[in-house]
Design a protein around this ligand. Sequence first.
Ligand code: FAD
Length: 378
Amino acid sequence: MSTQPLDAIVIGGGIVGASAALWLARAGKQVALLERDFCGSRSSGVNYGGVRRQGRSLVQLPLSCRAHQIWGQLPELLGIDGEYVRSGHLKLARSESDFAALQRWATLSEPFDLGLQLLDRQQLRARFPWVGDIAVGASYCPEDGHANPRLMSPAFAQAARRHGAHVHEQCTVTAVEPSGAGFTVHTAQGQRFSAPWLLNCAGAWAAALASQVGEPVPLVAGHPAMLVTEPLPMFMTASTGVEGGGIYARQVARGNCVMGGGQGFALGESTARAGQLAVLDILRNACELYPALAGAQAIRTWSGTEGYLPDREPVLGPSSTTPGLLHGFGFAGAGFQIGPAAGEALAECILLGEPRHSLQAFSIERFQHSTRSNAPCA
Ligand SMILES: Cc1cc2nc3c(=O)[nH]c(=O)nc-3n(C[C@H](O)[C@H](O)[C@H](O)COP(=O)(O)OP(=O)(O)OC[C@H]3O[C@@H](n4cnc5c(N)ncnc54)[C@H](O)[C@@H]3O)c2cc1C
């Protein structure tokens, strides 16, 4: 058993926790990053890889725009580009009312200067001839894009380690107790860590600690369904989504099309499968929206385990009951893009006293009087 003098302990080596550890280590803090499996092996490493600001709730846009800046600096920050490309994000409308919804969001998001381009049917056909006739229009965000989550998320932890963070993988936190002016954390492997700051970045598994400190949250697990096709001739020039949900798709440089939509199912507490119904739905939608995919072979399907809160906003920021505890979880299927900035915001709570972007909208206090649970959707 060992006790290490630390400034901060981070529970969870997903993109949020690893990013927080990286920003803290870069600022010279002694930080331990504790991950039950391998860093980036859960949601952060198995997601679709969409890196988009378009379509987010407006309260997320300040942080999402900060994340956009960080994504632009990956080689300097992490030493790799993570196959990140600013391909543009094309959000398609399948009805006039869906197109009106895209127009409304474009107006509301104007202060954030996303450079959105609204395309009617004719403009869409001319710019993106590979989109099926079912689309009546689209909103195009030229600087959104996609990346390879398998590369990106572990890279944050590796960069944190290079900056001096103590990264412990296969290290399961089993108990947290108050100690002195901070916390002592025990692991299943018999280690003990103590620090004045504790970051709860345990993804879909974060509610237990919140509950322990008197902050129960209605966090539920969801399992977005994913598949990838065989390599195909390049045709998809942007990452795509659809107003109202149902399917999202991108094509990687090797030619494979990665697609997601709907929900799979849990096999256990941390394993999940895409499920036949969700896969068939993705394929049906894909053939309507991207006719070039007709006859393509899907070579792999998968899912992951992600935390959802009823309002689909994360909990991000200080505990309301326990000084020194910070929460960062519940990203509702959209935390890959915003994760690097979410981690930075948590680090800023320690380094600056408060983050540069207000986290008020993500306060855990919003659940103090309501613990209703809603089923997640795509
Ligand atoms: C299939 C799928 C597709 C998605 N697509 C997109 C997308 O295209 N774009 C996008 O922006 N977002 C997407 N998301 C969401 C995104 O992946 C998540 O919001 C984000 O990765 C959450 O990061 P995290 O660090 O909070 O959680 P996680 O990556 O889940 O990390 C939490 C970590 O905590 C660890 N942990 C839990 N309990 C303990 C413990 N007791 N001790 C030690 N460690 C513990 C877990 O092992 C895990 O590694 C998708 C998610 C899924 C599942």
